[in-house]
Write a protein that binds this ligand. Structure first.
Ligand code: 13P
Length: 283
């Protein structure tokens, strides 16, 4: 069932696990993710970046595709359809009006005052539509879409300020994780993560889940992280399978067969993440 992220992340916070946020890029990915999560009885967040929404045709297409699959595949687990890194109020509104059940407003590139102003505008609109809102403080580095390569660690006072003035549902504080592959060892500020979690008491989000060792993921969950975003790792696993399919079968030309070359790899990776995050059997 399509729902916002509030209930599932509050349950995760109480239960000491995290719900996977997996980015989607096409119909096949949605299908693979839903099938694995239904079988594992795991709640799931389908993350859609602005670039991915554009690629798939637009926000309405994404909503209708996901709703169609939920029905045709008889999906019973909680599913949230979430805009990942919405860059402006207008983009968030577009996703909400199309039927997204959750949005992230990422105004972290602006001053804290401007971040608060834009985030509050999104929260005010989202609340009228029962849509949950995630915001970002500091700067998560990496290569995803337009995001720049620098990491800027979130300041606790900015997190408190943003929360008190916007009443966001969830916060993604930048604490050393990056989008894409890590160059060297990830340096996560766990002390600050714990402090922010204990001070704000709302579920926190960890971006840049690809390449984080299992012990870092587990420690982050113990500090109050309730949602972990993963994208690049699934892309790598899927691409490996497709490459193998094409290399091993020189006569294949049916796009359905080529694309599904990545299905097994991706499904294994998703199952592993569900086990690691602890969301197995939590639906
Ligand atoms: P990765 O691509 O590093 O897994 O990060 C995904 C992400 O944080 C999307 O918001």
């Amino acid at each position: 069932m399509l729902q916002n992220m509030c209930k599932m992340l509050e349950a995760a916070k109480r239960g000491g696990y995290a719900v996977p946020h997996l980015n989607i890029n096409n119909l096949e990915w949605v299908k693979y993710i839903l099938e694995v999560c239904e079988e594992s009885k795991s709640p799931i967040i389908l993350g859609v970046s602005e670039g991915a929404a554009k690629y798939m045709g637009g926000y309405n297409t994404v909503v209708m595709m996901v709703k169609g699959l939920l029905k045709d595949l008889n999906i019973t687990i909680p599913v949230a359809l979430h805009l990942d890194h919405g860059s402006t109020f207008e983009v968030c509104k577009k996703a909400i009006d199309a039927g997204f059940t959750s949005v992230m407003i990422d105004a972290s590139r602006f001053s804290i005052d401007e971040n608060i102003r834009i985030t509050r505008e999104v929260v005010d609109y989202a609340k009228t539509k029962n849509v949950s809102v995630e915001a970002e403080i500091g700067h998560i580095g990496g290569t995803e879409d337009e995001i720049s390569a620098d990491i800027g660690y979130a300041k606790i006072e900015d997190c408190i300020n943003l929360y008190q003035n916007t009443k966001i549902d969830f916060l993604a504080p930048a604490l050393g994780s990056v989008h894409g592959l890590y160059k060297g060892e990830p340096k996560i500020d766990f002390d600050r993560m714990q402090q922010i979690g204990q001070t704000l008491k709302i579920p926190m989000v960890l971006h840049g889940g690809t390449g984080l060792p299992d012990d870092i993921i587990k420690r982050a969950i113990s500090c109050g992280i309730c949602k972990i975003n993963i994208n690049t790792e699934l892309q790598i696993e899927w691409a490996k399978g497709v490459r193998e399919k094409l290399a091993n079968d020189l006569n294949v030309y049916d796009p359905r067969k080529i694309i599904s070359g990545g299905e097994n790899n991706m499904k294994h990776a998703i199952t592993d993440k569900i086990k690691l995050l602890g969301s197995y059997n939590k639906a």
